[in-house]
Design a protein around this ligand. Structure first.
Ligand code: SF4
Length: 210
């Protein structure tokens, strides 16, 4: 849980983010800690659901992935598949897709970048429901600063995590590369959902993911 000082700020800011989400036909929730975030997420995922995910560290950090793997859910784990493409394609017909976000604006716009791009494509279309787990550390004032965060914070850390060869793994910030290994092939800005009830964002008063 955050300190009492950041909690006051995050409580206030979360209201603004949720209002912004609602104005974009998306639904926001606010959890005071990981335990509450887990409870909220499970309320959105009925038992028996087919669930997939795209690189969502935050979903691991609140314990959601473990519960889904061990519980009465059809959890599709790409690590169990030799054919990664076939596993990724299963996401498009899933009941629920789990994701974190690389960044998000105070008025409810989600910003994500992707190399393989299975994650951003599933966020945009396919799974019946998308559940985002978002630490308050991901909130940025506007779209420009959210893109900067995605490129200069999230992507260089993820590049380190994947052990790939890109300039940002040497410099710590984005060098706008066209490396064969770049994880910045596609940028998705989610500013509105046409499908009511599809996009759910659980904000958490914690620092989650990168
Ligand atoms: S250097 Fe390349 S891989 Fe790294 S953040 Fe920039 S565009 Fe992405």
């Amino acid at each position: 849980m955050a300190s009492k000082f950041t909690t006051v700020r995050n409580d206030l800011l979360s209201k603004k983010v949720i209002k912004g989400l609602n104005s974009r036909n998306m639904t926001g929730y606010y959890a005071k800690d990981k335990e509450e975030a887990l409870k909220l997420a499970l309320e959105l995922i009925p038992e028996g659901s087919t669930v997939t995910m795209g690189g969502a560290m935050s979903a691991h950090e609140i314990g959601l992935v473990k519960v889904l793997k061990e519980g009465n859910y059809n959890f599709i784990d790409r690590d169990d598949y030799e054919d990664k493409r076939a596993a990724a394609l299963l996401a498009y017909d899933a009941d629920v897709f789990l994701s974190s976000t690389n960044a998000m604006t105070e008025d409810g716009v989600l910003v994500n970048i992707d190399g393989n791009s299975n994650r951003v494509s599933a966020i945009a279309h396919g799974p019946k429901k998308v559940v985002f787990i978002v630490g308050m550390n991901k909130i940025c004032p506007d779209v420009d600063s959210a893109i900067k965060r995605a490129r200069n914070v999230a992507a260089p850390i993820n590049a380190q995590r994947f052990g790939i060869v890109t300039p940002c793994t040497q410099t710590g910030s984005c060098m706008n590369c066209k490396s064969a290994d770049t994880i910045c092939c596609n940028f998705l800005i989610t500013r509105y959902s046409r499908h009511t009830g599809r996009i759910h964002v659980i904000l958490v008063d914690e620092s989650l993911g990168f």
